[in-house]
Design a protein around this ligand. Structure first.
Ligand SMILES: [Zn+2]
Length: 137
């Protein structure tokens, strides 16, 4: 498979690896928003958030907390974002699921700049009901 992250897992592509266990690998993003920006990926190739089995999610989040803690202690950011982009519309560019750990600094000039929408004509309740109907218990 021609997936750059799978190649990193297999050690066929170089990455600055921060942490690795049987389930995940974490390495520095080669295009950091801020220095110390890291990625956490499952070793198995899953396209996006919705295709990951629950037990793997646990491993990903545990490892993400461990690496984030190390970034906070070493890079000393003022805060951090943990984000995952899913789908082209959301900015996903490598289709092997990954979480970004982005160290943030006061006045680092990086921001999500949302233009907030309004729910018109009681449509908030409609959206809620539509979503609730699809929740699988
Ligand atoms: Zn992959």
């Amino acid at each position: 498979m021609n997936c750059i992250f799978c190649q990193i897992v297999e050690k066929n592509a170089h990455a600055e690896i921060l942490y690795e266990n049987d389930h995940i690998i974490s390495f520095l993003d080669i295009r950091p928003v801020n220095l110390g920006h890291a990625l956490v990926i499952p070793k198995i190739h899953y396209t996006d958030f919705l295709t990951i089995p629950e037990n793997e999610l646990d491993e990903i989040f545990k490892a993400t907390q461990k690496v984030t803690s190390a970034i906070v202690d070493s890079v000393k950011p003022d805060g951090f974002n943990i984000v995952t982009n899913n789908g082209v519309a959301a900015g996903q560019s490598v289709f092997h699921f990954h979480l970004h750990i982005i160290p943030r600094f006061d006045k680092d000039n990086f921001a999500f700049r949302p233009i907030f929408k309004n729910y018109e004509n009681n449509s908030m309740k409609d959206y809620a009901n539509k979503i609730i109907a699809e929740i699988k218990l």
